[in-house]
Design a protein around this ligand. Structure first.
Ligand SMILES: [Zn+2]
Length: 220
């Protein structure tokens, strides 16, 4: 009798439990970036409340993204084919490569409509304290593009690299590291102008600031 009672009281302490399936959904949502427990509960209830089609559509879209979207073999942009739309477009200036940390930064810069060159997505930035070195990024693929013209779209030699890393301590360190490697290869190196406040994130900067940063880029 006493042990049973103990169990009961600890169950009450946890509060009313959701059915297991709901609990699972809430914790999956809560694991997503930027989603706290409260938002996770709201999302879960949204799908509970709505028709089954809403859940099926979301599940299908998630799987579709995982099955069809990959990284461009040249620049690491998101793509649904081996090469992305930017690398395959012949209206882009293929001599110029703008280096960004994430595909999100590339999208932000594309939305300005000011840049007509190609990109290279590093997939992060150097962060020695977190064990992120050049091997964890796409540095080797960048160097291949610089060293071997046949890899860059249109087999065009790269003449200028624009450093478009975020203006943070790690972004600056990465830019310095890359500018040495590019210069050793005789490639001109510039960086986006500092209209961007230090510590800010490219993907959140407004279009006008990004456009100025591209226009006013400076030699390194
Ligand atoms: Zn590409």
């Amino acid at each position: 009798m006493p042990p049973a009672r103990k169990q009961e009281s600890s169950a009450t302490k946890r509060g009313p439990a959701y059915p297991k399936a709901v609990d699972r959904l809430i914790s999956l949502f809560a694991d997503l970036p930027g989603i706290g427990r409260r938002s996770a509960e709201r999302l879960a209830f949204h799908f509970l409340k709505n028709e089954e089609k809403a859940a099926a559509d979301l599940a299908a879209a998630l799987l579709d993204v995982k099955r069809t979207v990959r990284h461009c073999e040249v620049c690491w942009n998101l793509s649904d084919g081996p090469r992305c739309d930017i690398c395959t477009s012949d209206s882009r200036d293929r001599k110029t490569v703008l280096i960004v940390e994430q595909p999100r930064d590339l999208i932000a810069l594309e939305q300005t409509g000011m840049y007509r060159g190609l990109y290279h997505v590093l997939m992060g930035r150097l962060s020695p304290l977190d064990g992120i070195g050049p091997e964890e990024l796409t540095v080797a693929d960048l160097l291949k593009r610089l060293d071997n013209h046949s890899i860059n779209p249109g087999q065009t030699p790269v003449g200028e690299v624009i450093l478009g890393l975020n203006p943070t301590l790690e972004g600056d360190g990465t830019a310095l590291y890359l500018s040495d490697l590019c210069r050793q290869r005789g490639v001109k190196v510039t960086r986006l102008a500092r209209g961007l406040p230090t510590g800010s994130q490219l993907e959140y900067a407004n279009k006008a600031v990004l456009a100025d940063a591209i226009e006013g880029r400076q030699g390194v």
